[in-house]
Ligand binder design. Structure first.
Ligand code: SIN
Length: 529
């Protein structure tokens, strides 16, 4: 058993920035960061594009960033949250610079600001096409300089430790971790716990997210009874590199389109203007749907991103990672069209939090992709997510520091603690089940949905969830089994939310041509009461 003041689950930008801030504000407190794999193995490290922030009030305005965010989110965003995030952005950028992040500068020595889909101005700070990994490296260097932060790598959070009061209220008392290398359980008692577990792209067959992105935070919070919202809004990045069999899908940053890249079909025609006057720089939901629709029309495996009209040396200098990856596959962006397909990228919903990142469970905070703050509404504006993570980590820190000394450490032994830990005896069976979930979700809860398919999908997912629940009850605990359980929990949350959202909005799109079969009576038959 370990006792700490603050437990941080996850080592992406949300977890690390919160840990650093609390450590500096409360040097006498012990902070523990639990990373599922290595510290840098996070969704943040995969972020290429950058961070949106209004820094030049002569050419841009907070109001424009607010409107762009609201419009991208189909006006389902919380306006107060959008305003606070946009207005606090400059201070959070100052924090990053103080922690040693070197954003790219222009010839005049100011930040080099890019454009991405849905933004009316150039306002994306970046470090070439390696923004996320640059942030992670800077923050993890800072971590090493704090003596009151301990980091446990390869420690997977199995479940939150919850204290249920007689009045029905719930309080988080820490979490049960699995030391994956030693195959041992570690019970961590904490005054305050932050969920910063990132995304859940692995719920889908093709995703830009790393293999660890299995929605653990949302699943744990859901099991603990926390409020979860907006899970139907799963963002598909329009331009993952088409490279069948390679997982995860390699991202071709939206910044490439901001830089002048144009989407074309196999006949070479720029098709985006057929769908939106903003062309290749329309919002992500629009572009992903357009690509998928064109692929269906042509029965094609991909569409194409064209940068052949751009200066090749300047392109390579700006996008070294993308250029190198393309070249490694025999695609030279200077002369060849780059094949691209949409892939699951970002969950706009998650654990519902207030403006201090507090969940509905006492002493449990959530930040970053696993949280639903109200910023993204029905569709996230590009490069708003790293910003959101920083703003809410800062706010969570303010709230934590205000109350930490008044919270007792209470040791609660969770039921899981009695279960033996062992690698699975039949890992292939778990892999097949995981693949089945991913394939079902991609086929029936992807970019185009129908209510009939959603109902059928829910039925099959429930069967699988029952099967896995039995396995959880009978087998020793393992990382693979827990991940599968979490994936199914998240998949069901997505499908349930999608069923409850009866009309198309933002990322939740009910395709009319898929709707021809379901009749109300038929739906009632499939829908369990
Ligand atoms: C990208 O570089 O296209 C991804 C950035 C984001 O998801 O906001």
């Amino acid at each position: 058993m370990k006792e700490v003041d603050v437990l941080v689950i996850g080592s992406g930008i949300a977890g690390l920035s919160y840990a650093l801030k609390v450590a500096d504000r409360q040097p006498d407190k012990k902070i523990l960061v639990a990373a599922k794999a290595g510290v840098l193995d996070t969704n943040t490290s995969f972020a290429q594009g950058g961070i949106a922030a209004v820094l030049d009030l002569a050419t841009d305005s907070y109001q424009k960033h607010i409107e762009d965010t609201m419009e991208a989110g189909a006006w389902l965003c919380d306006p107060a949250v959008v305003e606070l995030v946009v207005k606090e952005a400059p201070d959070r950028i100052t924090d990053l610079v103080a922690w040693g992040v070197s954003f790219d500068l222009n010839a005049g020595g100011d930040f080099h600001l890019c454009k991405e889909g849905g933004h009316s101005e150039n306002r994306i700070l970046h470090v070439k096409d390696q923004t996320g990994v640059s942030l992670e490296k800077a923050l993890s260097q800072q971590l090493k300089q704090r003596t009151n932060i301990e980091v446990l790598t390869h420690h997977f959070a199995i479940d939150l430790i919850i204290d249920e009061a007689k009045d029905g209220g719930t309080t988080c008392r820490g979490a049960l971790l699995l030391n994956v290398k030693a195959q041992e359980l570690v019970r961590v008692t904490a005054r305050v716990t932050l969920l910063a577990t990132g995304g859940a792209g692995q719920v889908y067959h093709a995703t830009t997210n790393p293999v660890i992105a299995t929605g653990d935070g949302v699943a744990m919070a859901s099991r603990a009874g926390a409020a979860i919202e907006h899970m139907e809004f799963v963002q598909f990045h329009p331009t993952a590199l088409f490279n069948p069999g390679h997982k995860p899908s390699f991202l071709v940053s939206e910044a490439v389109r901001g830089y002048g890249g144009i989407l074309r079909n196999s006949a070479g025609r720029a098709f985006m203007e057929d769908y939106d006057p903003r062309g290749s720089l329309a919002c992500r939901d629009v572009v992903a749907r357009a690509i998928e629709a064109e692929m269906k029309k042509e029965a094609a495996h991909s569409m194409f991103l064209d940068v052949t009209h751009l200066d090749p040396d300047a392109f390579q200098a700006h996008f070294p990672t993308i250029t190198q990856r393309c070249k490694s596959l025999g695609i030279d962006p200077a002369t060849d069209l780059v094949p691209v397909v949409p892939a699951a990228h970002y969950f706009c919903g998650g654990v519902k939090v207030d403006t201090q990142a507090r969940t509905s469970i006492e002493n449990l905070y959530a930040c970053g992709e696993c949280a639903s703050t109200g910023l993204h509404g029905a569709n996230r504006l590009a490069s708003n997510s790293l910003l959101e993570a920083l703003v809410f980590a800062h706010r969570a820190c303010e709230d934590t520091c205000g109350k930490l000394t008044n919270i007792d450490l209470v040791d609660v032994v969770p039921a899981w603690f009695a279960i033996p830990v062992r690698p699975p005896e039949n890992p292939a069976q778990l892999d097949w089940l995981r693949e089945e979930v991913q394939t079902l979700m991609s086929s029936n809860a992807g970019i185009f949905r129908s209510r009939k398919e959603l109902f059928e999908l829910r039925g099959r997912l429930k069967q699988l969830a029952d099967e896995v629940e039995m396995m959880v009850g009978l087998s020793p605990l393992s990382l693979q089994l827990c991940e599968l359980d979490n994936l199914l929990t998240v998949a069901l949350l997505v499908v349930e939310a999608a069923i409850n959202r009866k009309e198309s909005i933002g990322l939740h799109y009910l395709a009319p041509d898929l709707e021809s079969t379901p009749q109300p009576a038929a739906l009632a038959e499939v829908e369990p009461t």
